[in-house]
Write a protein that binds this ligand. Structure first.
Ligand code: PSZ
Length: 500
């Protein structure tokens, strides 16, 4: 077993050398002996329309085993490099969607291949521990090197989990446990608490709520789904909680032309938040926590100002609610900062910050007081995955070494400028170009045109995603440089010209 793994790693490093000399490939970063040399292809290269025949065949095979309604095409991850995803039909596409925003430094980054081919890391790869009970010796060190080295301001504790939903689900539980402990004056639960919770009744299962926002996406598990309000198809037929839902600001663009209207809109939403907190307290379902994304992603890349978030944080504090910032999609550097909430400029931005996607492992940071008071209250078998911490530590090294957040800011400016220019050129097609760093979006005149643009762009070798009713979103890896922006803009311009 171990020897076949080792030979696979040798094969990978051999392949790496082949890549370095393969035609159509080139180095893209300035050569520096101590810098990990980044490696990328020249541009998209299309052999078939997508999905091609091999993808169609595999989709049919998988269709006999699973629902394949969402499968776009099958991938060749061995051949994919940097910003380019290669499919099983040999099509090489510039990937500006990156597995729903979850590839931090591109495909097959040499630093990560090297890390995974280090024999010292084999036992971490092979033996997946139940971290909550039997962590490996290097676990505190690896957490310190990875997640704690980028902990949000005011937070020195982190709990790893598997996916984004699992992180939010447990963060919600942590908020409820915190809230009830406060209500109980930190006394031990009564016998009635303990017996009633076993049959889903009060007081053991209290009538508490979490306030979320219309258009939010926080996951699809039962608790998270009660705070997700982006698409009906996510929620249909699943019982849910009677929890308050506040309006998220609908900003008008360009922002500089609508300063007053947008400030009024944000004030309206904040007022509604306070009204809902009071109403739900009166209903006997007090709001234990508020959960919000710094930019509503699935819901259509909806932004709000730093002032909005500062005021919301203060409202949470004033009413004794925990403040949970869901950075599952915004975290990891796309906005030009590792955490989108850093743009708010606050010392005490949140009580809980959840993450997953680009951070590779799921989990949440929390204030000391949101630590559950007893073992096994927040718990599952794996409690994360130490191989992901290894990878994340190296991803963070690469981000620092290659100044990738500065790169993101630079390519983000080029992308936003380009989108604004295209919007001026195609006013009937495009509107509301917006973004922070490379975390950008633009609206298309209608949903049918959006679908057609997405498919045409893909056939020309550019992978993009949709969000909201009619937006296209951009979620490139952090190694998406200015010249990638120009490759994209040229192709996008061609696609738009066909829709004029
Ligand atoms: O359709 C889906 O289930 C999708 S498409 C994109 C996501 C989910 N994003 C996941 C996500 C998120 O964007 C935010 C802000 N919070 C939580 C989640 C849930 O993460 P996962 O999918 O890892 O459970």
């Amino acid at each position: 077993m171990a020897s076949s793994l080792i030979s696979r790693h040798f094969a990978l490093s051999l392949q790496k050398n082949l890549w370095l000399s393969a035609p159509g490939c080139r180095y893209v970063s300035k050569a520096a002996p101590k810098t990990q040399v980044e490696f990328d292809y020249d541009g998209p290269s299309m052999k078939t329309s997508v999905p091609g025949p091999r993808s169609e065949e595999l989709t049919k095979q998988l269709g006999d085993i699973q629902n394949v309604g969402a499968v776009n095409f099958f991938c060749n991850y061995d051949e994919s490099r940097g910003n380019y995803l290669v499919d099983v039909d040999g099509n090489r596409m510039l990937d500006i969607y990156t597995q729903i925003s979850s590839i931090p430094i591109g495909y097959n980054h040499p630093a990560l291949l090297k890390l995974m081919s280090n024999p010292n890391n084999l036992s971490t790869l092979v033996n997946r521990p139940a971290l909550g009970i039997l962590p490996p010796e290097n676990f505190p060190e690896k957490l310190t090197e990875s997640l704690l080295s980028v902990a949000p301001s005011g937070m020195s504790r982190v709990q790893t989990m598997a996916c984004g939903s699992c992180s939010n689900e447990n963060a919600f539980k942590a908020m409820f446990i915190w809230y009830r402990n406060k209500e109980r004056g930190h006394n031990t639960p009564s016998d009635e608490d303990l017996s009633s919770c076993m049959i889903n009744q009060v007081p053991g299962c209290p009538e508490l709520s979490i306030l979320s926002f219309m258009g939010a996406f926080h996951g699809r598990t039962m608790g998270c789904l009660a705070t997700t309000h982006s698409k009906a198809i996510h929620k249909l037929d699943v019982p849910s909680f009677d929890w308050p839902i506040a309006p998220f600001p609908k900003l008008q663009y360009p922002l500089e032309e609508f300063t007053r209207e947008n400030a009024q809109e944000e004030a309206r939403c904040l007022e509604e938040v306070e009204d809902l907190i009071v109403k739900w307290r009166q209903k006997g379902k007090p709001v234990a926590g508020i959960v919000i994304e710094p930019i509503q992603a699935e819901g259509g890349d909806n932004h709000a100002s730093p002032d909005f978030f500062k005021s919301l944080r203060n409202i949470a504090r004033k009413h004794g609610c925990a403040f949970h910032v869901d950075e599952v999609q915004t975290g990891g550097g796309n906005t030009g900062k590792l955490w989108a909430h850093e743009h708010w400029g606050m010392d005490d931005p949140a009580d809980i910050v959840s993450f997953s996607k680009k951070l590779l492992t799921g989990g949440y940071y929390h204030k000391d007081e949101l630590q559950a008071d007893k073992a096994y209250r927040i718990f599952n078998t794996w409690m994360g995955d130490p191989t992901k911490n290894l990878l994340l530590a190296e991803v963070l090294n690469v981000i620092r070494r290659e100044n990738l957040l500065e790169e993101v800011t630079r390519s983000g400016k080029a992308l936003q400028n380009g989108l604004h220019e295209l919007q001026a050129q195609y006013p009937g097609l495009l509107s509301r170009a917006r973004g922070q760093g490379t975390f950008c979006a633009i609206d298309i005149c209608d949903d049918a045109t959006r679908s057609s643009i997405l498919l045409k762009a893909r056939d020309k070798g550019v992978l993009l995603g949709g969000c909201g009713d009619r937006s296209i979103r951009f979620r490139p890896a952090l190694v998406f440089k200015e010249y990638h922006v120009h490759i994209f803009l040229n192709i996008f311009n061609d696609v738009l010209a066909q829709h004029k």
